[in-house]
Design a protein around this ligand. Structure first.
Ligand code: FAD
Ligand code: NAI
Length: 492
């Protein structure tokens, strides 16, 4: 039985490691292969999310927010801090410690669940895939970190190889001055002038971190619409707030070239007024991520007998159960369609583990919450107002500004609003959009409500503790029928 498994998972990010734990809990003999090495060449579990994504970025967002508050907004509370200074190394060390605690935590969960962690780069062999009736017919080759190769047989494979940053050939990374998100999580000095290409989620979150720590930040965005995937009204409101915070976001701007000269980055771009060149101390490229599917299949994999379909952009094609066209091979997380979010990958991992064990579980792709962890935060679930209009669905809207919330006033977090969209005929909630402090936590209430098919009236009839930011969700649902209490509304 050595090297023979019920399930082999390739990739130990939040999609793969969660799938591995659930497979093991269900009694399946499980191995998880991952090639990740940290900056000291130590193998690490957790993938992008834990090592260079969700966790370190949120650690820095928190530290930088506290720094900025100590520098400025504490005075509004009557707290005078005579001098605030930044120890960036200590801030980075704290971030690294948070990452280490969590990655070691997964390591110990692997041990306690008896999951074999195989450290190296995996590729799937075409050999044996057609022997559908034979147990352990699939073969995965692993190039171990010590350069030896290992052959593993398995019944099922879950591909969870994640994604990597998209590179721009006109702005090649040098990992010191022109960097991707990973480089931008580890600057050893605050860059006085920071340029960012792309005003998506990474551009806004990491731009906020370095702005709060003292950089002058300019973000170049190719599209003329800011956050085109978010609700239009909420996106416009957030753009005003970010601009007031000093994030200089230039829409409709095309990057022509970026190159490092004498320890600075020369950025040439085109806007409606023509071509310009500007000099920055660092430039972050944050123009999206692409699926890691290259090199995953051995030479000859695409031979005639193989029927695995790939779709455009390298995404591995799967159905709603995350099955590929080859029986017993599944793919989950960033490497398949859908938003590139940790929680979406984890849910897919749980679903596939249950399916392999002969049970049932599904992922509700209509209710995947999204969050941008700026300050205030932006969070939403379900449909945007523009999507409902385009689909010709009649809807009603209720909004409530945090400025009218007692708790928001007490905690000095009055920016933003809650917006609820519900069906005009049935009142079923179709979308919830929140711009405000703690929006990442508040949105969970909307997910729960929508999973239960709640109407806005259902929420309006529930009791919320006072004073809480959650009351804004309650008031927004009252506002759908024109009955909000703490704002003046025209009765509907
Ligand atoms: P990954 O986490 O990318 O893991 C894939 C793993 O597969 C890696 O460990 C890799 O080493 C391994 N691998 C790849 N190929 C092979 C191979 N051939 N052999 C062996 N191993 C292989 N999402 C959120 O939901 N919330 C956030 O706040 C958030 N913040 C982010 C901040 C940043 C700066 C970035 C970059 C991303 C952020 N994301 C966030 C996105 C999130 O990190 C990804 O959606 C998530 O990590 C995807 O999980 P995954 O398991 O599919 O892939
Ligand atoms: P993104 O897709 O969010 O944004 C990229 C932006 O770059 C877009 O606005 C796009 O129009 C712009 N762009 C593309 N090419 C350009 C060019 N040549 N010049 C100027 N602008 C250009 O991608 P991002 O920010 O890189 O993040 C990748 C993914 O990582 C996100 O889509 C998200 O799935 C995930 N992520 C999630 C986070 C969260 O959940 N809070 C945080 C960070 C990342």
């Amino acid at each position: 039985m050595k090297n023979n498994y019920d399930v082999v998972i390739i990739g130990a990010g939040p999609a793969g490691y969660v799938a591995a734990i659930r497979c093991a809990q269900l009694g399946l003999k499980t191995a998880c292969i991952d090639k990740w090495l940290d900056k000291n060449n130590n193998p690490r579990l957790g993938g992008t999310c834990l090592n260079v994504g969700c966790i370190p970025s949120k650690a820095l967002l928190e530290s930088s927010e506290i720094y900025q508050q100590s520098e400025s907004s504490l005075t509004q509370h009557g707290i005078i801090v005579d001098s605030v200074s930044l120890n960036l190394k200590q801030m980075m060390d704290r971030k690294d410690n948070v990452v280490n605690t969590l990655t070691f935590g997964i390591e110990s969960l692997f041990k306690s669940n008896k999951i074999d962690w195989i450290q190296g780069k995996a590729s799937i062999e075409s050999n044996g895939l057609d022997k559908k009736d034979e147990q352990f017919s699939k073969v995965v080759m692993v190039q171990l970190h010590n350069n030896e190769t290992k052959s593993i047989k398995t019944n099922n494979i879950i591909i969870a190889t994640g994604s990597s940053p998209v590179n721009l050939p006109i702005a090649p990374l040098d990992d010191e001055y022109i960097v991707d998100s990973t480089g931008a999580l580890s600057f050893d000095k605050v860059p006085p002038k920071l340029g960012i290409i792309g005003s998506g989620v990474i551009g806004l979150e990491l731009g906020s971190v370095w702005k709060r720590l003292g950089s002058e930040v300019k973000i170049f965005e190719a599209q003329d619409t800011f956050l085109a995937f978010a609700d239009e009204f909420i996106a416009k409101e957030s753009l005003k707030l970010y601009s007031n915070q000093g994030l200089n976001i230039k829409l409709n701007t095309r990057l022509l070239k970026a190159e490092t000269k004498k320890k600075s980055v020369h950025v040439t771009y085109k806007d409606t007024e023509g071509d310009h060149t500007e000099i920055f101390d660092k430039l972050i490229i944050a123009v999206g991520r692409h699926s890691n599917s290259e090199g995953l299949f051995s030479d000859g994999f695409y031979a005639e007998e193989s029927t695995l379909e790939m779709v455009e952009g390298g995404l591995i094609h799967v159905n709603e159960k995350c099955e590929t066209s080859l029986p017993g091979i599944y793919a989950i997380g960033d490497t398949v369609r859908g938003p590139m979010l940790a929680h979406k990958g984890s849910e897919e991992g749980l679903m596939v583990a249950e399916l392999i064990a002969g049970n049932y579980r599904h992922v509700n792709y209509d209710l995947i919450p999204s969050v941008i962890y700026t300050h205030p935060e932006l969070a939403w679930v379900g449909k945007t107002e523009q999507a409902l209009s385009t689909a010709g669905i009649d809807y009603q809207v209720g909004t409530f500004p945090f400025a009218a919330s007692g708790r928001a006033q007490a905690v000095n977090e009055t920016n933003g609003l809650v917006k609820i969209l519900s069906d005009s005929k049935t009142d079923k909630i179709l979308g919830v959009h929140i711009l405000g402090s703690q929006a990442s936590e508040l949105i969970a209430q909307a997910v729960i409500a929508m999973e239960f098919g709640s109407s806005s009236e259902d929420i309006a009839l529930m009791m919320f503790a006072h004073p809480t930011l959650s009351e804004a969700f309650h008031e927004a649902s009252l506002a759908v029928s024109g009955n909000a209490l703490h704002i003046t509304q025209r009765k509907k």
